[in-house]
Design a protein around this ligand. Structure first.
Ligand code: C2E
Ligand code: MG
Ligand code: MG
Length: 461
């Protein structure tokens, strides 16, 4: 009992440790052995959405599927929440390990049965080999963990062997984590602002504030790289508060018709601090709170828990607007639309970028716009990079557009200049300039004028 996991019946961490030490002793220094470290994809989502009982059922099914791939039952162990390991003894070469890894990945990629409904999860695997990657249980587990990290970055459903430069990358990650602690105080964080335009009038509507880290030696670091670190360390809360106050400070410098969008992390929804932070930021800058738009992803509502919903209502009670960001990428975006009266839907940029190659992307684009109309929610298309994409989203009737074609995220000074120049550029604003408004100038912008001229006449200026 003490050496088995009560939920799944397979070996627990204790028995696993005994086993791997036996394996190492028996292997000597020339025979290979492998440690395969498995982590489920999306398990947290199952727990959050369907409850812990459902999570338990999945874990039991996982254990019995892993056993399908190995001859020796004690070689499979559960060593953490959704973390499993498999020990492979007397390995002849890497190909033998790959065979096992493929079997495990395939087992996990089949849908799981939950209340008769299929749920797809999948898993990633990190592999460490004895004696090359580690000489004892801890070293092997650490190496397998680094390989797993790599697999998950490439995932889902990927296995990866440990390699020495993975070790270097892990060190860099730890280094970054440490440096991030000082970044805020040292003034290394910046906000850049990406313009968002009204697709009918061509006028500048708002800017989205996007965080950048000017690392002293590595240069500008993208938020995709350091926001996960900030979330792991809890630093996202002070950083998020700074973003709010800095964005509002800039907002005060722009003409009153222009708003600012600020991204919020789900972690900022723990506790009540967020409402105060928003109020403080707005009051301190002396701006009208209705010019502040808070962008959240569905992960904030994933638990659909009452506290987060209440907090959202309070934020809206203050007068701020709330937008659902990256719409369509999660697996229950639609149901979240019902749970809260969003002011805006921002369709994820993947649908716009797939427009040229996928007819489904166009259908989704159209459907989301119709949803927006039915719910009376404004719609923004993200990631517009080409004149063709601009023409399609205008034709579909999207209210607003954002993307590299219309403007990249820019330094606050440039955003300031743009905000003030657009005001005087007249109602057709950018599209006039691009040749999309009236009058067009085919000589200057032949490709664009062509595209714009072929658009739906109802959506043209
Ligand atoms: P997001 O909120 O969806 O922001 C839009 C991202 O798309 C930005 O990436 C922007 O630079 C990029 N983008 C805009 N137009 C185009 C285009 O035409 N083509 C392509 N390929 N990309 C385009 P960025 O700045 O790297 O930010 C990535 C994500 O990091 C954001 O996605 C947001 O989720 C998060 N983030 C950024 N700033 C903050 C912040 O202050 N707080 C929090 N919690 N998250 C932030
Ligand atoms: Mg956003
Ligand atoms: Mg987005």
């Amino acid at each position: 009992m003490a050496r088995h996991d009560p939920l799944t019946g397979i070996a627990n961490r204790l028995l696993w440790r005994e086993r791997i030490e036996q394996t190492i002793t028996a292997a000597g220094t020339d025979t290979l052995a492998a440690l395969l470290y498995i982590d489920l994809d999306g398990f947290k989502g199952v727990n959050d959405a369907f409850g812990h009982y459902a999570g338990d059922v999945v874990l039991q099914q996982v254990a019995s599927r892993l056993l399908e791939c190995v001859a020796d039952a004690d070689a499979v162990a559960r060593i953490g929440g959704d973390e499993f390991v498999v020990i492979q003894e007397q390995v002849v070469d890497r190909y033998a390990v790959e065979g096992l890894a493929r079997c495990l990945v395939e087992q996990l990629s089949r849908p799981f049965e939950l209340n008769k409904a299929p749920v797809r999860l999948g898993g990633c695997i990190g592999i460490a080999l004895f004696p090359n990657d580690g000489r004892n249980a801890d070293e092997l587990l650490q190496a397998a963990d680094m390989a797993l990290y790599q697999a998950k970055a490439e995932g889902p459903g990927i296995y990866r062997f440990f390699s020495a430069d993975q070790g270097d990358r892990t060190k860099q990650r730890l280094e970054r984590k440490r440096a991030l602690h000082h970044a805020l105080a040292a003034g290394q964080l910046e906000l850049h602002y990406q313009p968002i335009y009204d697709l009918r009038s061509g006028q500048l509507r708002s800017f989205e504030a996007l965080l950048r880290w000017r690392h002293p030696t590595d240069g500008l670091v993208s938020p995709a790289d350091f926001i996960p670190l900030a979330e792991e360390t809890g630093l996202i809360v002070p950083i998020g508060n700074w973003v709010l106050s800095e964005a509002c400070r800039q907002l005060a410098r722009w003409p009153s018709g222009i708003s600012v969008g600020v991204n919020l992390s789900p972690l900022q929804f723990r506790g009540r601090e967020l409402v105060d932070a928003v109020r403080r930021a707005v009051d301190h800058a002396g701006v009208d709170v209705s010019r502040l738009e808070l962008e959240i992803t569905e992960s904030v509502l994933l638990r659909n828990d009452r506290e987060n919903l209440e907090l959202l209502r309070d934020l809206r009670g203050l007068g701020a607007r709330v937008a659902m960001d990256d719409f369509g990428t999660g697996y229950s975006s639609l149901s979240y639309l019902r749970s809260f009266p969003f002011d805006k839907i921002k369709l994820d940029r993947s649908f716009v970028s797939d427009l040229a190659t996928s007819t489904e992307a166009r259908a989704i684009l159209h459907a989301v716009r119709s949803l927006g109309a039915a719910f009376r929610v404004r719609t923004t298309a993200e990631g517009i990079e080409t004149p063709e994409q601009l023409a399609v989203v205008r034709e579909e009737g999207y209210d607003e557009g954002q993307g590299y074609l219309l403007g990249r995220p820019q330094h606050p000074d440039d955003a300031f200049a743009l905000a003030h120049s657009m005001g005087s550029a007249g109602p057709t604003g950018l599209f006039h300039e691009l040749g999309c408004g009236v009058p067009t100038s085919p000589e200057a912008y032949p490709r664009l004028a062509n595209t714009c001229a072929s658009g739906n006449p109802n959506t043209r200026d």
